[in-house]
Design a protein around this ligand. Structure first.
Ligand SMILES: Nc1ncnc2c1ncn2[C@@H]1O[C@H](COP(=O)(O)OP(=O)(O)OP(=O)(O)O)[C@@H](O)[C@H]1O
Ligand SMILES: [Mg+2]
Length: 373
């Protein structure tokens, strides 16, 4: 895949940017390079923070044309240059793709050791922030919305996996990376960790990234990156959307993982027992069972048995498809986080790089604090 980077992305001076864009809010929807001053003024000197991730903070801003943006600030770690790598990866990936279910990148800015990504602003923040977690939030999350958000995420992933050439593995599908716009359309975000797949062979990652609980077992144990690892994460997300359960319950000894709970209900032929109780039975039982079965199909231990994302879209959207007679094998999960084997030199890693729950981690971070909620 050839990327059409803005001509002077990493080397151009602010002067050139100023000339190109000074006060002139060229807003034709194309990717643009902002100056630091423009972003400073758009965000009121970075005064309105809307989120914090493992790689930096996110601020709300307003451009001169009146449109709202989310500005993500990444700091480069001089030694590892990790920040820059994420920045380049995210840009290269996002600047070239447009899809109803992908968040769009409006531009970027390079200033000293700081890198800024400018996204369209999503009024309803993330799936994690707006709809999951507390009962109050989940009560506002109807069955129809759960269905349409699940299907939208599946469509976005299907686009990345099967329509784009070469295809892209997102690597970090989780509720925090599903942003929700004004009309409740879900948009996949955070392609900072995405890797381009140039052929059908799996990519051996030099560091396992992702978020514990959403992480496919084969990816965690070998670093082997395939589209089916995203399918696994999608399956976890789907189970989460339908049940409202935490992805990992760190305080439990048995059935700690949502995939275990769901499989136990499936084996007992009683999947409905795990549908989110706050829905008060306001859903079609047939649909709920089908969605849960799709979630379980996606998290099967054997990656080859997991469906492709286009198949997932087809099953979820076609009311003639029921999964009555389908056999679902047991799910995989990363049971003992300490057993994760990483194909990289660990000596430069600090043991606890990030403590916030549900945060993306690099391979070196193994703390209970990283369990996805
Ligand atoms: N375009 C946007 N519009 C509105 N809110 C956003 C936007 N982008 C990000 N956010 C908010 O900022 C938060 C932080 O985003 P970020 O991608 O940096 O980290 P994260 O996904 O929460 O965690 P991680 O670093 O593990 O990926 C998001 O969870 C979301 O709440
Ligand atoms: Mg994110």
């Amino acid at each position: 895949m050839k990327f059409s980077f803005p001509a002077c992305l990493f080397s151009c001076s602010t002067e050139v940017n100023n000339n190109d864009f000074a006060d002139g809010e060229i807003n034709d929807g194309s990717f643009r390079v902002f100056t630091y001053q423009q972003l400073k003024s758009a965000t009121g000197n970075f005064s309105s923070k809307i989120g914090q991730g493992g790689f930096g903070s996110v601020y709300k801003g307003r451009l001169k044309d009146g449109s709202f943006v989310a500005v993500k600030v990444l700091s480069i770690e001089i030694e590892s240059m990790r920040g820059e790598r994420e920045f380049v990866a995210e840009l290269a990936t996002l600047a070239n793709m447009k899809h109803h279910n992908l968040v769009s990148l409006k531009g970027c800015c390079v200033e000293g050791a700081k890198r800024y990504l400018v996204y369209e602003y999503m009024e309803n923040n993330s799936l994690h922030h707006t709809f999951l977690g507390s009962e109050d939030k989940r009560e506002r999350f109807s069955w129809e919305e759960r269905k349409s958000i699940s299907i939208g995420v599946a469509r976005g992933l299907s686009y990345l996996h099967e329509e784009l050439k070469p295809h892209i593995v997102h690597r970090d599908i989780k509720a925090k990376n599903i942003l929700i716009d004004r009309s409740f359309t879900p948009k996949l975000a955070d392609f900072g960790l995405a890797k381009l797949m140039r052929d059908e062979k799996s990519y051996i990652s030099t560091r396992v990234a992702g978020t514990l609980g959403y992480l496919a077992p084969e990816y965690a144990s070998s670093g082997q990156l395939r589209r089916k690892s995203d399918v696994y994460s999608f399956g976890v997300l789907l189970l989460q959307v339908i049940t409202g359960l935490a992805v990992v319950d760190a305080y439990k000894d048995i059935e700690r993982f949502i995939v275990e709970k769901a499989y136990a209900a499936y084996e007992a032929n009683d999947l409905l027992r795990i549908v989110d109780p706050v829905l008060n039975r306001n859903y079609s039982a047939k649909e709920a069972i089908k969605f849960l079965k799709v979630g379980l199909l996606c998290v099967q231990e054997n990656a080859r048995l997991r469906p492709r994302m286009s198949e997932v879209v087809e099953i979820l959207t076609n009311s003639n498809v029921d999964l009555k007679d389908v056999h679902i094998s047991k799910p995989g999960f990363v049971a003992d986080l300490r057993n994760i084997r990483i194909k990289q030199n660990m000596t430069t890693s600090s043991p606890q790089e990030s403590g916030s729950s549900g945060t993306t981690f690099a391979s070196s971070i193994w703390s209970v604090g990283n369990l996805a909620r």
